[in-house]
Design a protein. Structure first.
Length: 96
């Protein structure tokens, strides 16, 4: 990062710390998000041609999921959505 800072191509550390703190994150600077691997949800979203965070519980159920797996996948979808919401907030804060 030092080289990028010398040519003004890196965001100031203070701004990054502020963005991470404002979104209640325990991430380190320049780690703006940790996106978990949601293999099954990705496959369903690609098949249905909708973003993972837009999948409904019914769509997940119709893909053959039921019981605990259905609930786990629905919870994972919510976590995926929250992680991307936080990432978007950080990027907006850093680019305004």
């Amino acid at each position: 990062m030092p080289v990028l800072k010398t040519i003004d191509c890196a965001i100031d550390d203070t701004a990054i710390y502020a963005a991470l703190k404002s979104t209640n994150s325990d991430l380190e600077p320049f780690d703006l998000a940790h996106i978990a691997d949601f293999n099954s949800l990705i496959a369903i979203s690609q098949e249905l041609r909708v973003p993972v965070f837009s999948l409904t519980k019914e769509q997940i159920k119709n893909s053959g999921q039921f019981g605990h797996a259905l609930n786990t996948m629905d919870e994972s979808k919510e976590n995926f959505d929250q992680e991307f919401q936080s990432l978007a907030e950080r990027i907006i804060q850093l680019t305004n």
